[in-house]
Design a protein around this ligand. Structure first.
Ligand SMILES: [Zn+2]
Length: 430
């Protein structure tokens, strides 16, 4: 008996799929299809080949010009960084092309890989920048993680909250009004805005999308396990403080034709950024600083939404025309079912048994995605696109596609060190 013949669920819901990329109208950030069956993310991506990027760069130069500090006694702007993602390219644009003097800020997420610590240290040395690190005490971080995991199935709330609030708090505290971010996720993935809207950082987007609808004070009022002492470090500055300093956060992706793969390759060649191979995606550059983003956090995305980060990477590569739709489906099919690495490190860090973690995660499986057959067995409500449209790819076929794509990785995220979180990274070399 197949899963389908056990009886269809009462609410049969069919999301619509984009004809070009692999996203559907189920995307958690929201996505619409046009009359041609193309999604808003693909349509907005077309702007990258249409806009006059020289003219947009000049708009950026004019925008940042009033923030240059003539005295040289303070910083021109704040740049949030990590030991992964687009950090090198952002600092490259800000310091080497715009000629600004940034204060780098980084939030310690505790799940640091040795490679991430190495990349971050190399970043500040190469670019000769000052850096501020926020270390929230580990007792509170664990308490919040336990609560957000149990209540809404997120192990990453403190990381996302810290990364998005510490730069804003620093802007207020140091009276540095301008914060410069990389690309806007809502624009890049689902075309929530046009590049020409030049959207800026908002508290609202942070709460609704980055933080899954919960700001720090919401955690306090809803869940009685947390106290004021635990959450105050994650509190967004109030409007009076923000307006008093004139804080604004801009996105470089509105002024530069954003292409993470090309940008990372340039930073590998020019500034010795280092990537690493992952178990669950082909991209070797994005999240090398974290043990969990491409591991347990990615697995949770799969349980909640029915797709994982490899789909995001595949969609991006389709849009940049480096991957055909058929090859993208094969990559997704190959990677999304891979085992989840390093969950033992997370359980040890949080003081939780693997069995307990599995139970909590089952409670947060998306009801549109999964149906429970018995205690241990779940089936998908409907076939994933990669199953419906693509047969099981042979390892040689995957290797061939990857050779053509050329995501390089010469290093390991463990850096020949023990496989453990670098809770506080001192630097590299020490
Ligand atoms: Zn699309």
């Amino acid at each position: 008996m197949t899963a389908a013949s056990r009886g269809a669920p009462a609410h049969q819901y069919e999301p619509l799929a984009c004809k070009s990329c692999l996203y559907t109208t189920d995307h958690p950030l929201g996505l619409v299809l046009d009359a041609d069956g193309l999604c808003s993310g693909c349509r907005i991506h077309e702007e990258k080949d249409r806009l006059d990027w020289d003219a947009r760069w000049k708009r950026l130069e004019a925008l940042v010009s009033p923030y240059r500090v003539a005295s040289g006694k303070t910083y021109d702007c704040i740049v949030p960084v990590t030991g992964g993602n687009d950090s090198y390219y952002i600092v490259h644009l800000v310091k080497e092309r715009l000629g600004l003097n940034p204060l780098l800020v980084t939030y310690n997420k505790y799940f640091n890989t040795p490679l991430g610590i190495r990349n971050l240290a190399n970043l500040r040395i190469r670019f000769n920048c000052d850096i501020l690190t926020q270390n929230v005490n580990p007792v509170s971080v664990r308490k919040i993680t336990r609560t957000t995991l149990r209540e809404f199935g997120s192990i990453y709330w403190p990381c996302l909250a810290g990364q998005t609030v510490f730069p804003v708090q620093t802007a207020v505290r140091y009276r540095i009004p301008l914060i410069i971010w990389g690309a806007h996720q809502g624009l890049e993935q689902v075309g929530m805005f046009s590049h020409e809207h030049e959207v800026e950082m908002t508290r609202r987007y942070r709460k609704d999308h980055d933080l899954m609808g919960y700001e720090a004070d919401d955690l306090l009022s809803i869940f009685d396990t947390l106290s004021e002492d635990d959450i105050w470090q994650y509190r967004y500055p109030d409007d009076a403080s923000l307006h008093g300093v004139g804080v604004r956060g801009i996105y470089l992706g509105n002024y530069v034709r954003w292409d993470p793969k090309a940008q990372h390759e340039a930073m590998v060649a020019r500034h010795d950024y280092q990537g690493a191979r992952f178990e669950r995606t082909f991209d070797t550059y994005d999240h090398v600083d974290c043990f969990n983003f491409m591991g347990l956090h990615d697995h949770i995305k799969w349980l909640k939404h029915g797709y994982s980060k490899v789909t995001d990477h595949a969609c991006r590569e389709i849009r940049h025309r480096r991957l055909t739709r058929q090859h993208a489906l094969a990559m997704v099919k190959h990677y999304e079912g891979q085992p989840v690495p390093d969950t033992d490190l997370f359980c040890e860090w949080l003081g939780m048994q693997a069995e307990g973690l599995a139970q909590v995660l089952d409670a947060h499986r998306g009801s549109r995605v999964w149906r429970r057959l018995d205690d241990r067995t779940w089936v998908r409500q409907r076939e994933a696109a990669s199953n419906a449209e693509c047969s099981e790819p042979a390892p040689a076929a995957i290797a061939g596609i990857e050779r053509e794509l050329r995501f390089e990785a010469t290093h390991s995220r463990y850096q020949e060190q023990a496989r453990r979180y670098i809770v506080i990274g001192k630097g590299f070399p020490d």
